[in-house]
Design a protein around this ligand. Structure first.
Ligand SMILES: Nc1ncnc2c1ncn2[C@@H]1O[C@H](COP(=O)(O)OP(=O)(O)OP(=O)(O)O)[C@@H](O)[C@H]1O
Ligand SMILES: [Mg+2]
Length: 378
């Protein structure tokens, strides 16, 4: 190792070569290698059926890998679930309905034979943490969904596990409460220094909360990276589409040079793009451009950008803090450009505003080559 380099925290959890099949035929987790460092917040993100819960269940000990090994400090193959030092929160919080809130939170301590005085103190601290001291004697049925979710969180943390697993814990909550709980969980993670493995199919939740995100598709991890790196540097079309909004143009690579390529568009015209995932000249490619990285220039205005394409306005959509222009560009009839909504947004003058565009208008769009990614064809 080079002098002066910061040593990364050691891996607390290591999946190596993990495969899983339920029916002996179809692999639902295909070849998972994943290191999770102590104190990290790692999210498994992916569409329904991509293998997220299965991966979490193997780590928790409720499912056994078909191949490979999971190490959590020590190999955990033969350690039963309740002996693993792991706290868990699931989507349907599964509180015990006949126990009070305090008794629910105390449950993990009683199965671990924690002495009574210490258990009482810890339950008190946990209730304080979730700001529910005054509800300790209620039963789950007398709480709102958000309050029940907080109790589930307190129950998962009360025995100071070094690892906490959460599977879509906020799925049942409405948007506002979900966003509030996201920040609370994130804060708890930071103050307690615990390691969290979190499952969601909601990309904005993953971006908000995670140190790193593993993007799953069909049992395969497509990319593991920091949120900003996933957004700015997706390695393939799946990741580019799954994280954030994205416009696609299809074309054929003409030349590749110094990390950039010239692409002839299927719908006419040509642009320069970052050559991220293309095999070479002659290959088909899908270009990805984010809606906020595109400028609309009125017909007749000149621009020295190498990427300049004619477009026809289909529609504009008002969304309060911004607006979207829906354009017809090359072979894409739903090409989105993010704009300021209107003239009242006067501090940021200069760009074309949504309220100055009419359906049928002919305009041009430009975007920088570095904001246009040439990826595998979809
Ligand atoms: N106990 C089981 N027996 C058989 N097949 C299962 C079992 N659990 C999951 N599967 C299958 O394994 C695949 C992955 O399922 P998994 O629950 O891991 O997906 P997921 O990514 O968590 O999806 P979701 O976002 O819908 O929760 C799916 O095709 C699913 O039908
Ligand atoms: Mg699941």
């Amino acid at each position: 190792m080079e002098a002066g380099m910061v040593t990364p925290a050691p891996a607390l959890v290591r999946f190596s070569g993990i495969q899983k099949t339920y029916d002996g035929e179809h692999l639902v987790v295909k070849n998972l290698d994943l290191d999770i460092r102590k104190g990290e917040f790692v999210t498994l993100l992916g569409p329904s059926g991509s293998g997220k819960t299965t991966t979490l269940m193997m780590l928790a000990g409720f499912e056994v890998p078909t191949h490979g090994e999971i190490i959590a400090d020590r190999p955990i193959k033969n350690v039963p679930p309740h002996k693993r030092d792991i706290g868990m929160v699931f989507q349907n919080y599964a509180l015990f309905p006949h126990l009070t809130i305090a008794e629910n939170i105390a449950f993990p301590l009683s199965v671990r034979n924690t002495n009574k005085a210490e258990a009482q103190e810890r339950v008190r601290a946990a209730l304080r943490m979730i700001k529910m001291e005054n509800l300790a004697q209620r039963r789950p049925g007398q709480l709102s969904g958000g309050q029940q979710q907080r109790v589930a969180l307190a129950r998962a943390l009360v025995f100071n596990p070094q690892l906490v697993l959460m599977d879509e814990p906020l799925g049942a909550l409405d948007k506002r409460l979900r966003e509030q709980m996201q920040l609370e969980i994130k804060q708890l993670h930071e103050t307690m220094g615990i390691t969290v493995v979190y499952v969601t199919h909601d990309q904005s939740e993953a971006l908000t909360m995670s140190d790193r995100i593993a993007v799953f598709n069909d049992g395969i991890v497509q990319q593991i990276d920091r949120p900003d790196a996933l957004y700015e540097h997706p390695v393939n079309s799946f990741v580019a589409h799954f994280i954030g909004e994205n416009n696609v143009l299809s074309g054929t690579v003409e030349t590749v040079e110094k990390g950039y390529c010239r692409v002839a568009l299927a719908g006419g015209g040509a642009v320069t793009a970052r050559a991220v995932n293309v095999s070479g000249a002659g290959a088909s490619t899908s270009l990805s451009v984010r809606p906020e990285r595109i400028a609309i220039i009125p017909n007749g205005t000149s621009s020295d950008q190498p990427n300049r394409l004619p477009a026809k306005v289909q529609n504009t959509i008002y969304l309060g803090d911004h607006a979207l222009a829906v354009l017809d560009v090359a072979d894409n009839r739903e090409f989105m450009v993010k704009l300021q909504p209107g003239a009242h947004d006067s501090l940021r003058a200069g760009n074309v505003r949504a309220d100055s565009l009419r359906p049928g208008d002919d305009v041009f769009i430009t975007f920088r080559p570095e904001d246009c990614l040439a990826l595998d064809p979809v």
